[in-house]
Design a binder for this molecule. Structure first.
Ligand code: GLA
Length: 378
């Protein structure tokens, strides 16, 4: 019996009937390209969220978080508005099902997770997807993986108002052990699993910066991208930034608001970085791959402005500590995590040196997480 199932029984006095797990993810290359019909290389991590449940009579659901022993209750007849706490990621899935005329009955649930919260490793997507997979099993709901990914995305997009793309949910569902997954968001599918050189590991350094305007900054970036598409569309046949090249952007530079031009440039460059990254991996040129990670971060700094001092410091330090071949911010940005691709045999010394150097330079602490690449939800 898993640790969660045991805790569930102790806490509720009944056995859980279903459980599911879903991992967090790392965005490896392709920053903010998903909602622009772009390309992304990502990976599911071994860190995951487990969700267990048992059906109960009535309309009241209970969820217990075994990390901090907090419990929340909600009435299935009163879920249209978010509650303002983490249970919204669970409730939002039920709301998404309701929109598809799929009804579920009440349950008691328990969760356990080792994904750092709000750090940029998609703890929220992991909670949505583990909820979705557990509900699917318990209530015999037959939907495709893509439909589930979209229901989970709608939790953020419709229920909570963060206009995110499909990356986090797709990665948590389709992740493949020891592989990066290459996704095309025009096709809305994973095109290929690409093995990562086994001598390298992703080390995550959490800046521990939580920007409280993340959601509005994120939505503004998305609007800037859409604005560029609207302007170029007046004269060119394009559907999204996926259809725009650097040359085309340069041609329209004078017609575009300066910041919108820069945001779009980041996305266009990132889509190309993913293409180049795949080639580098296939040629086993891991150093070239590392350089693309640095290039990506530089564009976040100069063009997309979704980095922060702390992330820049972590990425800069990585260049002077032996063992690392590339680093960048990962995920939405404005704080959160940086990822560092490090030689396996050097991870312990690398992590220690990075922590010490970062504290010396900033007076602040960073949290280090070694990320094995794991499988998707089950
Ligand atoms: C967040 C969003 C994703 C994606 C990334 C940036 O994680 O949820 O959809 O846009 O930021 O690539």
């Amino acid at each position: 019996m898993s640790c969660l199932l045991k805790k569930f029984k102790e806490y509720y006095g009944i056995e859980a009937t279903t459980s599911a797990v879903a991992p967090g993810r790392l965005e490896v290359l392709g920053n903010h390209t998903d909602y622009n019909e772009g390309l992304v290389l990502s990976a599911a991590v071994a860190q995951k969220t487990e969700f267990a449940l048992a059906p109960v009579k009535g309309n009241i659901c209970k969820i217990h978080d075994f990390r901090d022993n907090s419990t929340h209750e909600f009435d299935l007849n009163d879920i249209d508005k978010p509650k303002g706490n983490w249970t919204d990621y669970v409730i939002g899935v039920i709301v998404g099902l309701k929109k598809k005329q799929i009804k579920i009955s009440a349950f008691y649930a328990g969760i356990l997770s080792d994904i750092p919260l709000s750090a940029g490793m998609s703890s929220s997507a992991a909670l949505e997807v583990s909820t979705a997979f557990a509900l699917a099993k318990e209530f015999n709901i037959e939907l495709s993986k893509l439909e589930w990914a979209k229901i989970c995305q709608s939790v953020e997009y419709d229920y909570l108002g963060l206009k995110c793309g499909l990356l986090d949910q797709l990665s948590s569902i389709y992740g493949k052990k020891n592989n990066l997954i290459f996704s095309d968001f025009r096709e809305e599918k994973v095109m290929e699993n690409i093995p990562l050189n086994e001598n390298f590991v992703f080390v995550v350094a959490n800046s521990l910066v939580k920007h409280n305007l993340v959601d509005s900054a994120y939505n503004q970036r998305r609007e800037a991208c859409e604005n560029v598409v609207n302007i170029i569309q007046q004269t060119e046949k394009i559907k999204s930034l996926r259809d725009v090249s650097v040359d085309m952007l340069e041609l329209y530079k004078d017609k575009l608001p300066r910041f919108d031009y820069l945001r779009a440039m980041h996305v266009v460059l990132e889509i190309q970085n993913v293409r180049d990254g795949i080639l580098a991996l296939k040629n086993n040129d891991i150093n070239a791959f590392g350089q693309l990670m640095y290039k990506s971060h530089q564009s976040s700094v100069e063009n997309f402005e979704n980095s922060c001092e702390e992330l820049d410091c972590l990425v800069e330090l990585s260049k002077s500590i032996p063992g690392c071949i590339g680093a960048r911010l990962s995920g939405g940005g404005f704080g959160g995590v940086s990822i560092h691709l490090v030689k396996k045999e050097e991870i312990a010394t690398y992590a220690e040196r990075l922590q010490i150097a970062y504290e010396l330079q900033t007076g602040k602490k960073t949290e280090i997480i070694i990320c094995e690449i794991g499988d998707g939800a089950s």
